[in-house]
Structures are given as structure tokens and as C-alpha cells.
Design a protein around this ligand. Structure first.
Ligand code: NAD
Length: 249
């Protein structure tokens, strides 16, 4: 058991923003418990990239669908067994199933809510127990500008991301007295596989609407998560940090 370092659980860390958060936390000395949905090779690549940074913590991986209660339990058990504490939870795993509301299948509405919102609830609820006991914790939920402003074609996704914001604020109020903060990071348009699916034309249009004049990078989001996870950020709670190059102003 290694209890000298801070331990962070990060969901959906086999690629994109989640992978970058895992790499950044590892590089900054955290022990990392990374969750991934199913791609063993991609999870192995995240572990390799973490180790390449020369970070002095350890990293373990837990496969599983975040919308299942068993996965939350496995993640919390793995962190407690290996490292003896959970200091940070980053609920990053997310999916889109975009289409206009008139065409949206109920199953596609439900699935997006299950992964993006229910998944964050299950893990946070379970991880909060050891955090409360220790009287220390940092909960970071990866929401979206779409959860703040809405977006045509993303009724399910926007509802899940707005739900995360309401959940974050409620958890912040419930746990503030135990020295546990809960904040949301709301990325704008970040260059990952998720946004790569858009047409070049749509991407160009969005880029033109971003005052910073560029898409965000996974590192931009990882930096915000690292900041909120820091011990010195203990008086920041219930906030939504837009990391969007000014897009949402
Ligand atoms: P991505 O699709 O590249 O990565 C998402 C990760 O979540 C993948 O590794 C995937 O396997 C994992 N995942 C999906 N369903 C899962 C499940 N049921 N259980 C466990 N893991 C699961 O997307 P990304 O761009 O890296 O997005 C990461 C987070 O940031 C998401 O929550 C997304 O909604 C949010 N976000 C992204 C953008 C963007 O522009 N890319 C903008 C705003 C918010």
C-alpha cells in the first residue's frame, strides 16, 4: 500500500481528454487509477504514456462501463486496496449520440444520460465515503459548454452535461463541510476523436466563433483539472470552469 501520494481515479482514460488527464496527473506525482470501457490496447498506451513522463506514482487500470454500479465499486476497491485512499475523482467518460430531437430514439437519450450522468453519480457516491472519512477530496466532473448553452442536435448530451452541473453544485453543498470540493470543467470545442467525427466545414465554422482562434487541446482541459485538484484550490467549490477559448462568452 502506498499512502504517501495523492490518488486520482479518472474515468474514460483510454484516449482523448481522459488520457491526457491521466498523463498530466501521473506526471505531477499522483497515483492514478484509470478506468476504460474495453480497449485493452488503448488503455495500455495510456499507461505507457504515463510512465514515459517519469512521474513517481503508480498507475493501475480497471476495465468497465461507468454506467454499471459494479464498475464504480471495482474502481473504489482498487484505489483503496492499492493506495489506501482516494483524493481526486475525475468523471470524464462520456458519449454522444447526436441527432435532432424529432429523430432521437428514446434508447439513445437514455444511454447518453446513463453514461454521462448516472456514471458520474455512481462513482462519486461510492468514492465520497472514504473521502468523507479522510475529510479530504476533490471531485471534478467534465461537463461541456453545451450543458451551459444547449445545442441543436444534442438534446440528450446537453441534458446530461447540464445535469452534471446541477449534480456538482448539490454535491458541493453536501460535502463542503468535510473539506471536499466538487467542481465542473466545461470544455468548449476540443480536438479529439469525439469532435473529429464532425465535417471539416462544421469544424471551420466553430473555429471562427472561438475568440482564441483555435480549437482547444486535451492538455487545456487537463491543466484545468490539475488546478481544481490541487490542495491549494480548497476554497473553490460548486463552480463551472469554462475552458473554451472564450467561445461561451
Ligand atoms: P472521446 O470519445 O475521445 O473519449 C471518451 C472516453 O470515454 C473514451 O475513452 C471512451 O471509451 C470512454 N467511455 C465512453 N463510454 C464509456 C463507458 N460507458 N464507460 C467507461 N468509459 C467510457 O471524447 P473526449 O473528447 O476525450 O471527451 C472526454 C469528455 O469530455 C467527455 O465527457 C466529453 O463529453 C467531454 N467534452 C468533450 C468535448 C470535446 O470537444 N472533445 C467538449 C466538451 C466536453
Amino acid at each position: 500500500m502506498d499512502s504517501t501520494k495523492r490518488t486520482a481515479i479518472i474515468t474514460g482514460a483510454a484516449r482523448g481528454i481522459g488520457r491526457e488527464i491521466a498523463v498530466s496527473f501521473y506526471k505531477n506525482g499522483y497515483n492514478v487509477v484509470m478506468n476504460y470501457a474495453g480497449n485493452d490496447e488503448a488503455a495500455g498506451e495510456t499507461i505507457r504514456l504515463c510512465k514515459e513522463t517519469g512521474g513517481e506514482g503508480r498507475i493501475i487500470s480497471v476495465k468497465g462501463d461507468v454506467s454499471k454500479e459494479d464498475t464504480a465499486k471495482s474502481l473504489v476497491d482498487a484505489a483503496m486496496d492499492e493506495f489506501g485512499s482516494i483524493d481526486v475523482v475525475v468523471n470524464n467518460a462520456g458519449i454522444t449520440k447526436d441527432t435532432l430531437m424529432a429523430m432521437m430514439k428514446t434508447d439513445d437519450f437514455d444511454r447518453v444520460i446513463d453514461v454521462n450522468l448516472r456514471g458520474a453519480f455512481l462513482l462519486t457516491k461510492m468514492a465520497a465515503r472514504p473521502m468523507m472519512k479522510k475529510r479530504y477530496g476533490r471531485i471534478i466532473n467534465i461537463s461541456s459548454v453545451v450543458g451551459v448553452h444547449g445545442n441543436a442536435g444534442q438534446v440528450n448530451y446537453a441534458a446530461s452535461k447540464a445535469g452534471l452541473i446541477g449534480m456538482t453544485k448539490s454535491i458541493a453543498k453536501e460535502l463542503a463541510g468535510r473539506n471536499i470540493t466538487a467542481n465542473a470543467v466545461a470544455p468548449g470545442m476540443i480536438a479529439t476523436d469525439m469532435t473529429d467525427a464532425m465535417s471539416d466545414n462544421a469544424k471551420e465554422q466553430i473555429k471562427n466563433s472561438i475568440p482564441a482562434g483555435r480549437l482547444g487541446t486535451p492538455e487545456d482541459i487537463a491543466n484545468a483539472a490539475l488546478f481544481l485538484a490541487d490542495e491549494k484550490s480548497g476554497y473553490i467549490t460548486g463552480q463551472v470552469l469554462l475552458v473554451d477559448g472564450g467561445m461561451g462568452m
